[in-house]
Design a binder for this molecule. Structure first.
Ligand code: PLP
Length: 461
């Protein structure tokens, strides 16, 4: 049998009702929320595509494991189970849990910033990673390949490092000033785009040449490994576990938000290959930040669920279906002419709103306008990744212009069916048909920092 998109490798044994609302109700909800979907009540959302972080469904094995949580403050049995699983997957010696990805970042990154004027270089820093680099007193430099900015042209690994640029950045800033190279896999901010194994090997060569530490920011390392298997010659017969292990061999530190490929609602990991001094520093530093190093801000039961989730996320049946769901939504939109980042990445479909609503200038937030129209049309909640999110230049106070104005339709893991995604596609296509009616948004209230979470907007008359 030749299926274009595979059926789910699971069946449903518990359901969570979601509320269907009318268009009139949604117009009011959105107005009350200041035209900012972050301020909606989730109850008033029919299909929530705000994020794939912590929003997935757990398996019955995970729910069963929750009951076995050992809530001891120190030396919890649940920690040792998690440690064993994480060591097995990464091949690393030292494992410390954290409450989520940013918890891991706030503990590890400052240890690598040993004096003023240091830098981290990444294919692309995720927002919280960038924030923790800056809080640690360092600067964050990005070097993704140019192809990532061109949404229409196919490239199998749009998340890749621009290797000549990487080397230039090291030479420009001095190798002794580089705190680390962060390989973000998949490259979240570039659209969940994968990084090839070949590219990682080249990054490793460069890091070795200049003696620089490599970190993997691997919230979606399993999705990345599956793309490698599908798209990179030489990997088609390797298991996901083998591919992941090859990636981990190249790095010294692995930081993970386990709310993604940990298939858990909360959790994070710090994994250190062999640097005992760094491990001891992190173990000390984590106590006042996250908690004692055998729980790191997690309940024992969370560590149990995570131990199971980490293994499940490496199953090929699961990964194939996961990536097919994203591809399905992307294909539906492309067939209708909606401009999207192509090919689709691992966790979301990104709609190119510069092309969708060219009549709206960047500082009236075209992608936010499209998100709002989709919510009113359907009750689906997307999220803006563009100039609204980017904020203002701290020196001039002017709105920064994002190179891409994107609406992200983020797919939670094991949560929605193909029928839900078809409904999402129909809604976006309907808005696309009426796209010339879309208008920009201006501020009613603008907070000084992280404005996208709490700002209130109003449509331009
Ligand atoms: C989500 C994410 C983080 C931060 O993790 P949280 O669990 O949200 O704190 C860091 N890096 C990447 C690539 C992520 O996707």
């Amino acid at each position: 049998m030749n299926n274009k998109y595979v059926a789910p490798p699971y069946r449903i044994k518990m359901v969570e009702p979601i509320k269907v609302t009318t268009k009139e109700e949604r117009i009011k909800f959105l107005k009350d929320a200041g035209y900012n979907p972050f301020s909606l009540r989730s109850e008033d959302v029919y299909i929530d595509l705000l994020t794939d972080s912590g929003t997935g469904a757990m398996s019955h094995f995970q729910w069963g494991a929750l009951m076995q949580g050992d809530e001891a403050y120190a030396g919890s049995r649940s920690f040792f189970r998690l440690e064993k699983v994480a060591k097995g997957i990464t091949g690393y010696k030292y494992i410390i849990p954290a409450h989520q990805g940013r918890g891991a970042e706030q503990v590890v990154l400052p240890q690598l910033v040993t004096r003023d004027g240091m830098f981290f270089i990444s294919n692309m820093h995720f927002d919280t990673t960038r924030a923790h680099v800056e809080l640690a007193g360092a600067r964050a430099l990005d070097c993704t390949i140019e192809e990532a900015m061109d949404t229409t042209t196919y490239h199998p690994f749009k998340g890749n490092f621009d290797l000549p640029r990487l080397e230039e950045l090291i030479l420009e800033n001095g190798k002794e000033n580089i705190s680390g190279i962060i390989m973000t896999i998949t490259n979240n901010s570039a659209g969940g785009q994968p990084v090839s194994m070949e590219n990682m090997h080249e990054v490793k060569k460069i890091a070795n040449k200049y003696d620089i530490t490599i970190l993997i920011d691997g919230a979606r390392y399993a999705e990345n490994a599956y793309f490698v298997k599908q798209r990179e010659p030489g990997y088609e017969n390797k298991s996901i576990r083998e591919i992941a292990l090859e990636a981990f061999e190249m790095a010294d530190i692995f930081l993970m938000s386990s709310k993604k490929d940990g298939l858990s609602n909360i959790g994070g990991l710090i994994c250190i290959k062999e640097d005992e001094d760094l491990y001891n520093q992190c173990r000390t530093y984590i106590v006042p930040m996250e908690g004692f190093p055998t729980y790191g801000g997690l309940a024992g039961r969370d560590m149990e669920a995570l131990s199971v989730g980490l293994e499940e996320a490496l199953e090929e049946d699961y990964l194939l279906h996961r990536l097919d769901q994203v591809r399905f939504l992307g294909d539906k939109l492309r067939e209708a002419g909606v401009p999207i980042q192509y090919p689709t990445g691992g966790h979301a479909v990104f709609v190119d709103c510069k092309k969708f609503a060219p009549q709206i200038p960047y500082d009236l937030f075209p992608a936010q306008s499209v998100c709002n129209a989709v919510y009113i049309e359907s009750g689906v909640r997307p999220v803006e990744i563009g100039s609204f999110l980017l904020g203002r230049d701290p020196d001039t106070g002017k709105n920064l212009e994002s190179p891409l104005e994107l609406m992200r339709l983020t797919i939670p893991r094991r949560t929605y069916t193909y029928k839900h995604l078809e409904y999402v596609a129909d809604a976006v296509i309907e808005v696309y048909k009426n796209r010339e009616k879309l208008v920009g948004l201006e501020f009613d209230y603008e907070p000084p920092v992280l404005r996208h979470f709490t700002a209130r907007l109003k449509p331009v008359k």
